[in-house]
Write a protein that binds this ligand. Structure first.
Ligand SMILES: [Zn+2]
Length: 464
């Protein structure tokens, strides 16, 4: 080896050893996970699904400890979250952070929480106890305390505890051990002394359905199912189900199974819930105008897109107007009340020289008693809109606005952006970005329901 080449080679090794572990590099082989490594099978299984990654030089660092950011990314990938890097609601996780998308999505879904001061501590090490709780939330093991979460991992053959008989809940966890836990949570074959039992029966609704080794299309196909075939569901990982037939086991996406979303209790509940969307202005009232645009057209377009997102979810959805007609403010509120609305979202566009997105709620219980819920709704929708459009974050504000004040349900008014600002108009005028705003409003409403304890996982999966 010539000296120059050797120096570069050494440099690469050094950079490799200290560089970030999460660059998109799907390795077939990690130099530091050899044939005799105790976690070899689990690590390579997760690597096939691109759930764990090494660095760009092919090192996995099995003995490094897992940070909160890494845990969010690994769990998020296992659930097929949209990991697109984006601004977050945490003070110490910027858009440029490799895990910003996963952290925000995991926070939105209440899998991981930040600290009271608004920070996330992405580089803090995860303890084994915290990991148990994260996994319980992520994979719906239904434990709400660390000790219950540890117990559920042990019951399911995912954890065995440490040699001294304890779980070591306050100890940090190595990447190799974390990989073993995640692989076991996903695939029963890695579990210890665990006999899987069927939780549900379902029917394949498409022809030639691929059955895969793991819960994403990154995993190898292990077989095919035909339309009408019956399968037993043993467990779910996000929107994928681990299924069994007489001669096959593996993962399929639940979209291709009939009978799987029939969570009767939830459907019964959703039937009782009505979302009211209020596209501002209309008819002889254009709202604000600028750059060749009229507020009334933008609000209607976004409102109709929100409506179509909610169709088929089980929620009732009603719009105060679906055409270019004038509706008085009092009639909008009267309509919402008549429909027995449970959530009210008014959509507007701003003007006057500013830039960015903001939401409003009414802060006196004297007329609309739902102050706290309205504030929460305003916050969730604002956060989702900032994620979606990435405009200036003008925050959640108190507003004495008729449709909020005179209402009797959790209510927020959304100002998408400024019709007289170039940056904002690029989004406001585009059908593509309007669809993104509609999704943000849809997701913000789901976040609101989740915060009320309603588990809506399948409804998130519809738009991701
Ligand atoms: Zn308006």
């Amino acid at each position: 080896m010539r000296k120059g080449v050797f120096v570069i080679f050494c440099l690469l090794l050094v950079i490799g050893a200290s560089g970030p572990l999460n660059h998109a590099f799907a390795a077939n082989t990690f130099y530091d996970v050899g044939a005799s490594h105790r976690a070899k099978e689990e690590i390579y299984y997760l690597a096939q699904g691109q759930i764990v990654r090494g660095n760009s030089s092919g090192y996995f660092f099995p003995d490094s400890y897992v940070t909160r950011a890494e845990a969010a990314a690994i769990i998020g990938r296992s659930l097929n979250f949209d990991g697109t890097q984006r601004p977050t609601t945490f003070t110490d996780v910027g858009k440029a952070h490799f895990a910003s998308g996963y952290i925000q999505e995991a926070a939105n879904r209440k899998i991981i929480t930040g600290y009271k001061d608004g920070s996330f501590h992405p580089n803090q090490l995860v303890t084994r106890g915290e990991m148990a709780l994260l996994m319980s939330r992520a994979y719906s093991f239904d434990a709400s305390t660390i000790s219950a979460a540890i117990q559920s991992l042990i019951t399911k053959g995912i954890a065995q505890g440490m040699a001294d008989g304890t779980f070591g809940k306050d100890k940090p966890i190595k990447r190799s051990d974390f990989a073993v836990f995640i692989a076991r949570a996903i695939h029963p074959k890695y579990r210890v002394n665990y006999q899987a039992t069927a939780i549900q029966e379902a029917t394949v609704n498409t022809s030639s359905l691929n059955v895969r080794k793991g819960p994403s299309t990154n995993f190898d196909v292990v077989g095919k199912l035909n339309k009408g075939q019956k399968v037993e569901i043993l467990h779910k990982v996000g929107s994928w189900a681990y299924i069994r037939t007489a001669n096959m086991e593996g993962f399929v996406h639940t979209n291709y199974l009939d009978g799987v979303h029939q969570n009767d209790k939830l459907q019964e509940y959703l039937k009782t819930q009505t979302i009211i969307i209020d596209p501002g202005h209309g008819g002889h009232d254009p709202g604000t105008v600028g750059n060749g645009l009229k507020e009334k057209d933008i609000t209607l377009s976004v409102g109709l897109k929100v409506k179509s997102l909610f169709q088929g979810t089980g929620f009732n959805i009603a719009l105060t107007r679906e055409k270019d007609v004038y509706v008085a403010l009092s009639d909008r509120v009267a309509f919402a009340k008549k429909m027995n609305g449970d959530v009210f979202v008014s959509i507007h566009v701003n003007s006057g020289g500013g830039t960015g997105t903001e939401t409003f709620y009414y802060s006196s219980a004297a007329t609309n008693p739902y102050v706290e819920k309205s504030k929460k709704l305003a916050q969730f929708i604002k956060d989702r809109l900032i994620e979606a459009w990435n405009l200036n974050d003008r925050g959640v504000k108190k507003g004495n606005l008729h449709v909020l004040r005179e209402n009797n349900m959790p209510a927020t008014l959304v100002e998408l952006g400024f019709i007289d600002n170039k940056t904002d108009v690029a989004k406001l005028s585009s059908s593509y970005w309007q669809e993104k705003a509609a999704k943000a409003i849809y997701l913000g409403i789901l976040d609101y329901y989740e915060s009320e304890g309603i588990e809506l996982q399948p409804l998130y999966d519809r738009v991701q």
